[in-house]
Design a binder for this molecule. Sequence first.
Ligand SMILES: Cc1ncc(COP(=O)(O)O)c(C=O)c1O
Ligand SMILES: Nc1c(O)cccc1C(=O)C[C@H](N)C(=O)O
Length: 394
Amino acid sequence: MSELALEAEKSDAADQLAPLRSRFVLDDVIYLDGNSLGALPANVPDRVADMVRRQWGELRIRSWEESGWWTAPERIGDRIAPLVGAAAGQIVVGDSTSVNVFKALVAAVRMAGEGRTEILVDATTFPTDGYIAESAARLTGRTLRPVTPARVPEELGDRTAAVLLNHVDYRTGRLHDLPSLTSAIHAAGALAVWDLCHSAGALEVGLDEHGVDLAVGCTYKYLNGGPGSPAYLYVRRDLQPRFDSPLPGWNSHTDPFGMSPAYAPAPGVLRGRVGTPDILSMLALEAALDVWDGVSVAAVRAKSLALTDFFLRCVRAYTEPGRVESVTPERHEERGSQVALRCDDAGEVMKRLIARGVVGDFRHPDVLRFGFTPLYVGFGETERAARILAEELA
Ligand SMILES: Cc1ncc(COP(=O)(O)O)c(C=O)c1O
Ligand SMILES: Nc1c(O)cccc1C(=O)C[C@H](N)C(=O)O
């Protein structure tokens, strides 16, 4: 057995989070794609079956009240809250991330006021945020300027209304400095909107601690909510009375069943709701969040860094120098929970890896992406993945 394989065995034996793997349905595949679609938590199938057979099949319409369907968006928001460092009453679940980016960004611009004529957007963003920001700018009559996150402090000014940033870059895995960027944005009198898709469930976010204004995120990656599970919207408590939704559907009305022709927003974060919640997906997510019972995000973060450090070491030990280049930052303060390796034939290499039971993904044009979900990925698998990768690169 190689030294690295022995080291992996020791690390797995000492890993306090290792037992959590049994909370998931997994097989022999080395699954390093939880940053795209998290694995299935073992309790979800029975909960979904109950929801369909009993809540829908037997209770039918009564379930809106009796099974807690109506209040699911805010109830599940409160389950996500501790994972992103938010007190209760500030997160509502529903719609896709894209839709929540729209709600958050337009609401931020409206809060910033008329004199603020510019929106800054992360130039390296996952595309959907850029597309939505462009439309939000057009609709609100603001100009949109793409800026790399590191340059945001220099580019801010008294014209800046809001800044939309990704906490972790989906391609490189770079973690941006949320506390200092948020404080620079505030010093310029603007609002900070963060996309947490690639950080929530993988590392500490500290929304309340750092005074973030608005945030959005998906739940199908590190929160394991399932394909297309609903996203969430965070609105800081003191901003909620000024949150003017660009999608004021009846679910966000203060008296939805009053059926009034005049809109009056519900108090609190409920005004972030839109229409009828997607209950099947929503309750699957609620069940999936049970895997977090008793789990500390700090412990998850520590293991995530240990896994990505170890993977990088194994890749360097096993792979011919120069064959791949890591585009993921070395410094822990700048690293999310994935490793991205660049090589010209990345698309072909990933196909061969998947055929050999190592599932990561390929991101255009030349990136091999490996996501590390500390709840179910171990050190032994990490070493094997690096070994198989080296064989396929040879
Ligand atoms: C940073 C980021 N934002 C948004 C999305 C997707 O948004 P949606 O949930 O609307 O598909 C993703 C990935 O799909 C993402 O990585
Ligand atoms: N949301 C996805 C989907 O509906 C299909 C396939 C992949 C995805 C993703 O989540 C992509 C992901 N945001 C990424 O970082 O590449």
